[in-house]
Design a protein around this ligand. Structure first.
Ligand SMILES: *Cc1c(COP(=O)(O)O)cnc(C)c1O
Length: 393
């Protein structure tokens, strides 16, 4: 099927599916087969060498996994996509594919906690030079990139303070020195933002979050230039962090409602952020959809919607955080985001638990911060829940 003429909601439902339907089944099957058998040894050999289409062994490729990869490839407008057991596997495999001894990477101080750990603790062990810039100081970024680097790694909006990074501007700077540009697009999803169209070479998703959308399966995906994705694929097939058919099916199933969920979450989050901003017991709200947000202008240029995640700080510190979180009824106090149900938690116990208090302070993450990932519940119910909980403080 030619998907170029379809909108994203259509591609989310139909993308990748038609290739593997079995006996007229209207959903793609879960192919829980480790290996794929051949009647003809020459044909088997051709598939092994990549000269013919087919599957050999599920650590490399699998028909159900291929459905998911194809959906994301189409939604991101990429040449190729490959998948992983988790989002962190997608990130680490991508970084380790390109950052060998002597290479230099420029990134931002605000990255997902696990990604920060790779930059701060792991890559230096392999003699990779890591330069982390102040996340919204694009002049500093440009200076560091211009000194020469092999890879520029961005994440926007950031976790947990929702800073916005100018993808187009930094991708242009990276092009001048021949660096590969990688963007973690987990928070925005392909519905709200397409980094490849802004100049990135590779886009990464933790499919565990919005793409799956139901907090019941983990996965990761990288999509982008074929030549680059191929190298990452070769690294992953040997290092082995491959996605299994069952979670791939769950994520692909979740993705059929991706646009419906994201549209609802965009609208609800904006309403809730506006409400919190005006509340006397809330000292700060971080949401790129608010005109007062420092990254609002760039977000408006590079995003279609502002996403379902915000964070806010309370007057009164950590004791108030604990009280508020346990008074709220319509949230799971849990370490994930992007689900149909609202999830909330303090970054100091969730996304940034791997970091020390000093490292969090350096990132400007207040200890009284709450990350709030809006679900698809009725927004008036969520507002009422927040109102009751805030009044109890
Ligand atoms: C959750 C998350 C990851 C890691 O994904 P896992 O599937 O948990 O390994 C990476 N980046 C961002 C922005 C995330 O939110």
């Amino acid at each position: 099927m030619d998907f170029s003429k379809f909108k994203k909601s259509t591609t989310s439902v139909w993308g990748g599916e038609s290739d593997v339907t079995l006996s007229g089944a209207v959903t793609s099957p879960i192919v829980n087969s480790v290996a794929f058998a051949y009647k003809d040894v020459d044909h088997w050999h051709d598939v092994s060498l990549g000269k013919a289409e087919g599957y050999i062994y599920s650590r490399n490729t699998n028909p159900t996994v291929a459905v998911l990869e194809e959906k994301i490839r189409l939604l991101e407008g990429a040449e190729a996509a490959t998948s992983f057991a988790t989002g962190m596997a997608a990130i680490s495999n991508t970084l380790y594919t390109f950052l060998t001894a002597g290479k230099r990477v420029v990134s931002q101080k605000d990255n997902y906690g696990g990604t920060s750990k790779i930059f701060l603790d792991f890559l230096p062990l392999y003699n990779v030079q890591v330069q982390l810039c102040d996340t919204t100081d694009f002049d500093q970024f440009e200076k560091e990139i211009a000194k020469g680097c092999d890879l520029v790694y961005l994440e926007t909006p950031t976790n947990p303070t929702l800073k916005v990074v100018d993808i187009k501007r930094l991708a242009a700077a990276a092009k001048k020195v021949g660096a590969i540009v990688v963007v973690d697009n987990t928070f925005a999803t392909p519905i709200n933002q397409n980094p490849l169209a802004l100049g990135a070479d590779l886009v990464i998703h933790s499919a565990t979050k919005f793409l799956c959308g139901h907090s019941d399966a983990m996965g990761g995906v990288v999509a982008g230039k074929k030549e680059l994705v191929q190298k990452i694929y070769q690294y992953r097939e040997i290092n082995g962090a491959s996605l299994q058919a069952d979670p791939a099916y769950m994520i692909a199933r979740g993705m059929k409602t991706l646009e419906l969920r994201i549209e609802r979450q965009n609208a609800s989050a904006l309403k809730i952020a506006t409400y919190l901003k005006a509340h006397s017991k809330v000292s700060d709200v971080f949401y790129p959809g608010l005109i007062t947000h420092p990254g609002h202008a760039i977000a408006k240029q590079q995003m279609v919607g502002f996403g379902g995640i915000m964070s806010f700080a309370l007057d009164g510190g950590y004791e108030h955080v604990k009280k508020l979180l346990t008074t709220l009824k319509l949230v799971h106090l849990a370490a994930s985001l992007g689900s149909v149900s609202t999830l909330a938690g303090p970054p100091r116990t969730t996304s940034h638990v791997e970091l020390t208090e000093a490292q969090r302070k350096l990132l400007g993450i207040p200890e009284s911060l709450i990350r709030y990932s809006v679900g698809i519940e009725n927004v008036d119910d969520l507002l009422q829940d927040l109102d009751t909980a805030l009044a109890s403080l």
